[in-house]
Design a protein. Sequence first.
Length: 62
Amino acid sequence: MPRPIINTDDCSACGICADACPEGVIEIADDIAVAINDESCTACSACMEECPMGAISQIEED
């Protein structure tokens, strides 16, 4: 199962990734992007492509 990894040191909490995610996996909480719904991630990469800070990567987990 894919899962977004957010580098909190680089995240500016702009919300662009949350807006870009068609599955609602990411939201902004306490001034940082967080993955709240990992099991819904489809690995579309929209969040990674849209993040202006390059703060999101993705890993595959079993």
